[in-house]
Design a protein around this ligand. Structure first.
Ligand SMILES: [Mg+2]
Length: 245
């Protein structure tokens, strides 16, 4: 039986709390925006601006379906459109929207890692090739995690995201590894577990709150509630692989 050679990781809600880092990034971006566009501070609070942006975001993806995975572009354009509703010129709105986006991304890259995240990556990287596969716009290189992840695949770079097979297939090809020699770890039953399974990879469901598994048609190869349990889980999986005829 083949050995596991490659371990792929989801990022958001697998290595850090997305809600926590996004709330702070949204707050900082809104503060900067309010300082630079008083009309925004007069009309919106953070939540109502978020809702106005989501509306524009939905309009953009309805009229330009190819933007579905371009979340950074959608974030910039949706804010620009809101600003243009308040008499900003298109170029003025685009420019301010870009500045706000840079602020957002600065704070987006200040996550508070889950317990044992870095030490687990360090440990695994000694034995396996590691790749990050994300539908979000956090960049593992910008986070300094490229010392562990030798490949970073994002849905916006690839133009397609999990649970579609492409990100997984692309990663396997990059490392010249067969699907049955690879394992994907993530928190999302659909994007991570179903997506990776369908591409033929083994899976670990990261389930820190010990939620019940709800999908009747499939399940993960293994489940962990703490990141530092991953190395032992991978060894267990390897041992089971060896036992099969
Ligand atoms: Mg996730």
């Amino acid at each position: 039986m083949p050995d596991i050679k490659l371990i792929c990781f989801d990022l958001d809600d697998t290595l850090w709390s997305t809600k926590q880092v996004m709330m702070e990034a949204e707050k900082q971006a809104f503060t900067l925006l309010s300082q630079n566009a008083t009309v925004i501070a007069e009309h919106y609070d953070m939540m109502s601006l978020f809702q106005a942006r989501v509306k524009k975001w939905k309009q953009l993806t309805a009229s330009h379906p190819q933007l579905k995975y371009q979340i950074s572009q959608l974030r910039r354009q949706s804010l620009s459109l809101v600003l243009q509703d308040h008499n900003f010129s298109q170029s003025g709105a685009d420019q301010l929207s870009d500045e706000i986006f840079q602020c957002f991304m600065h704070w987006r890259h200040k996550p508070i890692y889950f317990e044992h995240a870095e030490e687990t990556l360090a440990q695994l990287s000694e034995q396996y090739q590691l790749a990050a596969i994300t539908n979000g716009n956090a960049c593992s290189k910008r986070l300094g995690l490229d010392k562990y992840f030798t490949l970073h695949i994002s849905a916006e770079d690839l133009g397609i995201g999990k649970p579609e097979p492409e990100p997984f297939v692309h990663t396997l090809k990059h490392f010249n590894v067969k699907a049955e020699e690879a394992l994907h770890i993530g928190d999302n039953p659909s994007d991570d577990v179903l997506g990776a399974r369908q591409a033929g990879l083994y899976t670990i469901w990261y389930n820190p709150k010990s939620n019940p598994w709800k999908e009747a048609d499939y399940k993960a190869s293994l489940e962990v509630d703490q990141l530092n349990k991953i190395p032992a889980a991978v060894e267990r999986l390897q041992a089971n692989l060896q036992m099969k005829p």
